[in-house]
Design a protein around this ligand. Structure first.
Ligand SMILES: Nc1ncnc2c1ncn2[C@@H]1O[C@H](COP(=O)(O)OP(=O)(O)OP(=O)(O)O)[C@@H](O)[C@H]1O
Length: 253
């Protein structure tokens, strides 16, 4: 039997000044799934993430988290607290704090900066952070300033911050952008490691990376604000509609 749904979006529409960015969108994600979303520029990928996180509210439709909670009435803050974490394309870590402190500041996200930095850190917190450091391969950079990390390492730290925040659903926007090939491959390994324990939506343009993380899984292609098709990487890559609106154009470019 399939895992239960962690996210279902049904009949979602969103217009900006009369322009339909999202049109009758239906999207279903099961618990523990790692789903890659691809599509041409302007397809509505970022807007879709904005709708999930409450940054933008839809005109019509429903978005339900964990099979129960309707997200639309909730604020961005409340949605984070429910367990929805987002990583933007540009890393936003606290560069003047150490890697360890960045994770400490994110723990549950509810303690407040003052309390976190000046109260005594418990051994449970330290163990948890060390476990996250191991997961994101930054154990050796624990006491270094986050500002001294490479671009790729900052992205991993930010993923670690989502883990510290207790995110169940991770929304990750173009993680491979600006990374070296080695960093990209390591990022893929990290996401594969997190899948199962977390539900993950990754937006990505780099098809080598998509192949790495999506082989054996479902890929969603967005086009003009709707799902154009869903299927395996191979099925999607060979779908004439996807070649026409996206992959063919990418190649030509
Ligand atoms: N706040 C806004 N106001 C007006 N138009 C917007 C707004 N946000 C998005 N749009 C428009 O909605 C469409 C979808 O944009 P969106 O950024 O979601 O696409 P995308 O698939 O993420 O594209 P890319 O791959 O280039 O990031 C675009 O035409 C964009 O100009």
């Amino acid at each position: 039997m399939d895992n239960p749904l962690i996210l279902n979006a049904e009949g979602v529409n969103k217009s900006f000044a009369g322009f339909k960015a999202i049109t009758d969108l239906n999207f279903y994600l099961t618990e523990g799934e790692l789903r890659t979303v691809i599509g041409p520029n302007g397809a509505g990928k970022t807007t879709f993430l904005d709708l999930i996180t409450g940054r933008t509210k839809p005109d019509t439709g429903t978005i339900t988290f964990g099979g129960l909670t309707e997200l639309l009435p909730l604020s961005e803050h409340e949605i984070v607290r429910l367990g929805v974490g987002r990583k933007f394309q540009t890393p936003t870590v606290y560069t003047e704090h150490t890697v360890f402190e960045n994770l400490l500041l994110s723990l549950e996200g509810v303690r407040g900066v003052w309390k976190t930095l000046f109260s005594k850190t418990t051994s449970t917190d330290i163990d948890r952070i060390d476990e996250i450091l191991k997961t994101i391969n930054l154990g050796s950079r624990r006491t270094d300033l986050a500002g001294s990390l490479s671009h790729g390492q900052k992205q991993w730290l930010e993923i670690g911050m989502l883990l510290a925040q207790n995110s169940k659903l991770l929304l990750i926007d173009e993680p491979a952008a600006g990374m070296s090939d080695d960093e990209t491959a390591l990022t893929g390994e990290l996401l594969l490691k997190l899948a199962g324990k977390h539900s993950i939506i990754v937006i990505e343009h780099d098809m080598v990376f998509v192949k790495q993380i999506a082989t054996g899984r479902k890929v969603t292609v967005l086009h003009q604000g709707s799902v154009l098709c869903e299927g395996s990487v191979d099925a999607v890559q060979n779908d004439p509609r996807v070649i026409e609106v996206y992959l063919g154009r990418k190649k030509a470019a």
